[in-house]
Design a protein around this ligand. Structure first.
Ligand SMILES: [Zn+2]
Ligand SMILES: [Zn+2]
Length: 244
């Protein structure tokens, strides 16, 4: 009996410790994780340190005021982007497992850190607080095949943490598009024309939430649609940006 109680208290102690430490690291499986990632693995994440101040395109050198060529030539319909990482190893693999295999544990460290960063920037007023979060919509066929829309899942996580509502039904994706990667700028924008439908008037301040911003064409078209529906200040919140 006493032996059993000892075993039980040891078990409980281990359980409490594992909760405090967050259990195994999703990247290296060591037991010292915090929010699912240990400190050395967290330090390996590719931080998007130097970037365009509007679209967060990674840049090779620092400059607080610098805009990338694309933003200079074609000012985007959004005011700023908050995108903390570059879409590179090992973060690309973590996002892939989340998005294509539905393994949320790989996104948890990223979402927890991202929510912390956003909270800090909202509190310091470096970011104006949006009225709603708008997840980048996915067409229904793809969502059925994948089982969920990762942008909506992300927006719901951030909404709980930051106390900002999600407007999931505000924008619909009305058709599928060809892969964007091999198209040039004009073709990308033409490819996306009429792809989003805003279902009601948009609030004044909106943050678009997506997992990865690749060419930036999709968020531009989505932001334009929201602007036409009445949004005045649009931000882009994403986990990662592909290097140009
Ligand atoms: Zn680790
Ligand atoms: Zn830019």
């Amino acid at each position: 009996m006493i032996k059993g109680l000892n075993w039980l208290s040891t078990f409980m102690e281990l359980k409490v410790n594992s909760v405090r430490q967050g259990g195994l690291c999703v990247a290296c499986l060591c037991p010292n994780a915090f929010n699912g990632l240990c400190q050395p693995c967290r330090a390996d994440l590719p931080v998007n340190r130097w970037h365009c101040r509007c679209c967060a395109l990674p840049l090779a050198f620092p400059s607080a005021e610098l805009l990338c060529g694309d933003c200079l030539k074609f000012p985007p319909p959004f005011s700023l982007s908050c995108i903390p990482w570059r879409y590179q190893y090992p973060l690309d693999g973590m996002i892939g497992r989340y998005k294509y295999n539905g393994q949320r544990k790989f996104a948890r460290p990223l979402l927890a850190d991202f929510a912390g960063l956003l909270e800090q920037r909202l509190n310091s007023e470096a970011l104006p607080k949006p009225d709603v979060l708008v997840p980048a919509p996915m067409d229904s066929k793809r969502r059925r095949r994948r089982g969920f829309n990762q942008a909506r899942d992300m927006a719901e996580y951030l909404a709980r943490d930051l106390g900002i509502p999600v407007a999931a039904g505000l924008v619909r994706r009305v058709r599928r598009v060809r892969a964007q990667r091999e198209l040039n700028r004009e073709a990308r924008l033409a490819n996306l024309r009429g792809v989003f439908e805003v279902t009601s008037a948009a609030p004044e301040r909106v943050a678009i939430v997506d997992d990865v911003v690749t060419t930036g064409a999709t968020v531009r078209v989505l932001a334009s649609a929201l602007r036409e529906a009445g949004a005045r200040d649009i931000q882009v919140w994403a986990l990662a940006r592909t290097p140009g």
